[in-house]
Design a protein around this ligand. Sequence first.
Ligand SMILES: Cc1cc2nc3c(=O)[nH]c(=O)nc-3n(C[C@H](O)[C@H](O)[C@H](O)COP(=O)(O)OP(=O)(O)OC[C@H]3O[C@@H](n4cnc5c(N)ncnc54)[C@H](O)[C@@H]3O)c2cc1C
Length: 288
Amino acid sequence: MILPPFRYLRPHSVSHATDLLREVPGAAVLAGGQTLINALKLDLVSPTALVDVHALEELRGVERTADGVRIGAATTYAELAKDPVVREVVPSVAEMAAGLVDRQVRNRGTIGGNVSLNDPTNNFPPLLSALGASFEVITADGADTLTAEQFFRGALATAVTGGGLLTAVHVPALPTGTRLVHRHMQLARDSWALARVVVRAAVDGASLTEPRVYLGTVPGSPVRLTAVEAAIAGRPLAKETITAALAAFDTEPFETISDTHGSAQYRRAMAKVQLRRALVDVIEKEQA
Ligand SMILES: Cc1cc2nc3c(=O)[nH]c(=O)nc-3n(C[C@H](O)[C@H](O)[C@H](O)COP(=O)(O)OP(=O)(O)OC[C@H]3O[C@@H](n4cnc5c(N)ncnc54)[C@H](O)[C@@H]3O)c2cc1C
């Protein structure tokens, strides 16, 4: 397919990139291009210019911080998967990056592109939400650091949609004794997810505490399942806790995508299966 015409702009710094995004009407950030170029080919988007940030050193790499890691937005999945600091401090991020799609996407795709797009099927938005990540952005309102709830604004919508720039993601390390399990169901082995659940919980004696449960892919944007969390907080590492969580899941009010890949009813049922499996993993891992 032939790409529509657009200007290709290569900034030499983050401030140059933000100047271009402000000054050129209709300009969009280009990172790994693994979604954006396909969207251009399919005529789904029509930016007047692409501001290519992929090679900006200021946006690349990982730094250890007092409570975790700071990851530059243009850091690729392949870099995350092999980075020793990411593997040690936030291993779930390295594992997620290592398992993404195929070598080509891992070599070009970036964590910043993944979360800035907030495609409902993307892997990182629910994981980073459950990890309590925060997002450094530069928008028309200036520079800011946002929580996941402030950053993700709906399907394909974030705080940087329409001319903002995500510069980095901060991911705190999990406190000792806290478990995190990610479960998802794919349409096929090499296809995108239909339901994605991330469960994080600490163990206090024989009880689960401080749970955070996020659902992705079924709603358009990550959703925190607060009724499920309330049902498991302070409850024993036992089957009845899972039963209570699944009953609470049925009361969660999130909106559900329905399309040719799966009806709302099917997606909701599959999400419940993933939740049950994730809770089993959390409980069994703690008992091991
Ligand atoms: C065959 C195939 C299968 C895939 N399967 C999966 C999958 O299963 N799970 C998954 O998570 N992903 C999947 N992807 C998508 C992939 O992860 C993309 O890399 C990701 O969606 C976008 O990252 P990118 O760096 O390529 O961004 P780009 O495609 O360059 O940009 C994506 C969007 O984000 C914006 N953007 C990018 N960086 C920034 C920034 N720093 N600040 C502000 N806005 C920014 C762009 O303007 C654009 O709107 C797949 C891609 C392909 C080609």
